[in-house]
Design a protein around this ligand. Structure first.
Ligand code: ADP
Ligand code: MG
Length: 645
């Protein structure tokens, strides 16, 4: 490596300023980037307590000359940049010359290093940025940096550190990205003494994907290669049927650097247009390569954003690579939306949505059960069988047993009822045909947007005239008003209120065969750290190792086939790292939505009745997102429309 020198101020001033060391993960990022820039073929990262206890990064790269060791810790000291002209052609991950200075300023650092050409290595300790003496020391070729007591001298920063588990998750995610972007380097992460990630570094992108993201994700991928106009694109994208619950699995590298980019996300998603179910996102691991002079990496202190000189060329390259690859594999495989059109509620029985207590009460009355509506068509599922394994021939067999892959959840009813243990009760609850009408308590009406306020029900239950577009219930009140009720929105609200008020945990269904859900290390860890919360929502999960979560029980009112997507979405919400109360609220939203009957499903008359009664009673006005659940048309309004009035 060239000599480490301090940048003159006119160059230093050109560098995007900002804080480099925000949290343990940012320390790990900078240190590993240095290891990569040093030409290492193996990098080992060890963290304790999410990095707050200790961070140790060991590489076998070029090492640092003993005489340059103190310089490396000065601000704006770098071997990667000399003059302003170099800023326009950065080929290394680092270039700011600030990381070692910033890290050592807020911690206790120990470095040991030896270059291949030196007989002896050198060691240096720094405390709060103040260096000791450089000492001669035995050291293997390469560099080891140990960071302890992070933020010990910045109590304000220390106070705002998240839980160790959140930091661990951040470090894991970061290591995945680094490992994926450099398949030629072997990365190992050891968390609190246990190996959490280990990539072979054999230069094969598929090996890196397999090792970093797990077998199931790897299997859901299609290899892609394309580009044009000076931009090349290669990597992997998910098959349309394997859409994800969030964008977390969209991984982009530009010239070997992991970045976040709305442009790349948009290009990817445009390539999938009309091929994914609503609310699902493609996943990818895509490496975009172009001349270094066409990417400005000096726009963000954490170097996670870039500016492209030719945005359109980049967009087109990614878009066409995705589009062509999807077309090549036999045209779009549309999720079974036509089937969903004709499907009745696969949950079968709307009344399972009652809380555990009323469920049990109903059950003990011994009402004869009505047969569940027959499922007429399967809904889109996670069936991985449909697509051949992508990596089966190329990747060494995993030590993990066959359970380690994402097994499709057995359907709840209809197709394979025997595979699911029913809730405690044997009979279905009574249909509420003869439910006594409960007069509503008069209250201040809330105005529905653009509509008149609904009146409290006075007399007879609204007559259900029918259902239109498989989404809206049409009803008529005694005094001659017409109501249109959005059945999904209404049910979502009912679920939300019920879950929110629930004193008891919801009913669960036990999966006869526990389902192994491979979420990736980061999301897996997040779920496992929140087991009590998941329990409260009716999921029983346990650690299966390597980012796989074993699901034994799911809430009774959740379609078992939706469980995988629901847990993924929950992991996404946990990742947002909000306060416990906000987190619970976000999870309530997810559960309420996932457990609700969907527009497009054919509904049982008893389901419709129950929804209408709830809306009529005034308990349900807005869905949890604030959209109205019902609109009202008065006789007068109808007459006006028909020019009768
Ligand atoms: P930058 O990476 O932006 O140059 P840093 O503060 O991260 O700035 O590092 C300063 C210099 O120290 C680097 O330019 C590099 O020459 C040297 N260095 C840091 N870490 C390593 C390492 N692991 N192996 C070899 N050299 C290193
Ligand atoms: Mg650096």
């Amino acid at each position: 490596m060239p000599e480490i020198k301090q940048l003159p101020s006119h160059v230093a001033d050109l560098i995007a300023a900002g804080e480099v060391v925000e949290r343990p993960a940012s320390v790990v990022k900078e240190l590993v980037e240095n290891a990569v820039d040093a030409g290492s073929s193996a990098v080992v990262v060890e963290i304790r307590r999410g990095g707050m206890g200790l961070i140790r990064v060991t590489d076998n790269g070029c090492g640092i000359a003993p005489s340059e060791l103190p310089t490396a810790f000065l601000r704006h000291a770098t071997s990667k940049l000399r003059g302003p002209e170099d800023l326009g052609r950065i080929g290394t991950l680092g270039f700011r010359g600030e990381a070692l200075a910033a890290i050592s300023a807020v911690s206790r650092v120990e470095i040991r290093t030896r270059r291949r050409e030196d007989a002896a290595g050198a060691a240096l300790r720094l405390e709060g940025g103040v260096p000791g003496e450089v000492e001669e020391a035995g050291a293997p070729e390469g560099t080891t940096i140990l960071v302890r007591d992070l933020f010990y001298n910045t109590p304000a920063r220390l106070k705002f550190m998240k839980k160790d588990s959140a930091e661990t998750a951040a470090v894991s995610g970061l290591m995945q990205h680094l490992a994926l972007s450099h398949p030629d380097i072997s990365f190992k992460l050891i968390k609190d003494g246990a190996e959490a990630l280990h990539t072979p570094g054999d230069g094969r992108p598929d090996s890196a994907v397999y090792a970093a993201l797990g077998r199931d994700f790897a299997r859901s991928l299609l290899p892609v290669k394309g580009g044009g106009d000076g931009v090349s694109v290669s990597g992997f994208i998910t098959q349309p049927l394997q859409g994800r619950g969030s964008r977390a699995m969209q991984v982009f590298f530009v010239n070997g650097r992991f970045i976040k980019s709305q442009l790349l996300t948009a290009a990817l998603e445009e390539g999938y247009r009309n091929q994914l179910m609503k609310g699902r996102f493609p996943g990818c691991v895509l490496a975009v390569t172009m001349p270094v002079t066409e990417v400005d990496v000096n726009v963000h202190p954490a170097k996670t954003q870039v500016k492209f000189a030719r945005e359109k060329a980049v967009f087109d390259a990614v878009y066409h690579t995705v589009l062509d690859s999807l077309a090549e594999r036999g045209g779009p495989v549309l999720p079974a939306s036509p089937a969903a059109e004709t499907a009745s509620n696969p949950r079968g029985d709307f009344f399972r949505s009652m809380d555990a207590k009323s469920y049990r009460e109903q059950g003990t009355k011994g009402t004869p059960s009505a047969p569940p509506p027959k499922r007429t068509a399967p809904l889109p599922s996670w069936n991985t069988e449909q697509t051949g394994p992508m990596l089966s021939d190329s990747v060494p067999p995993s030590e993990r047993p066959a359970l380690g892959r994402r097994t499709p959840f057995p359907p709840l009813r209809g197709d394979a009822p025997a595979s699911v243990l029913k809730p405690e009760r044997t009979e279905a609850p009574a249909p509420p045909a003869a439910r006594p009408f409960v007069p509503a308590i008069p209250r201040q009406d809330l105005e529905l947007p653009g509509q008149e306020a609904m009146e409290p029900p006075k007399e007879a239950p609204w007559r259900i005239a029918g259902e239109v577009l498989r989404t809206y219930i049409v009803c008529e009140s005694e005094e001659g008003c017409v109501f249109l009720i959005d059945k999904h929105a209404a049910h979502e609200r009912i679920n939300f209120d019920r879950l929110k008020a629930a004193l008891e945990p919801p009913m669960r269904q036990t999966l006869l065969t526990p389902a192994a859900l491979e979420l990736g290390k980061e999301d897996g860890a997040l779920l496992l750290e929140n087991l009590p919360l998941l329990e409260a929502f009716g999921f029983s999960c346990e650690d299966f190792g390597g980012g796989t979560v074993l699901v034994r029980e799911v809430p009774a009112d959740l379609d078992a086939e939706d469980a995988a997507a629901t847990l993924e979405e929950i992991a996404g919400k946990l990742r947002e790292g909000r306060s416990p109360a906000e987190r619970r609220e976000a999870l309530l939203h997810t559960m309420a939505c996932k457990a609700a009957i969907k527009g497009g499903w054919r509904s049982d008359p008893a389901e419709l009745r129950a929804l209408v009664d709830k809306v009529q009673s005034g308990e349900v006005k807005y869905c949890p997102h604030g959209r109205p659940v019902a609109v009202k048309l008065t006789k007068y309004e109808l007459e006006k429309m028909f020019k009768r009035a």
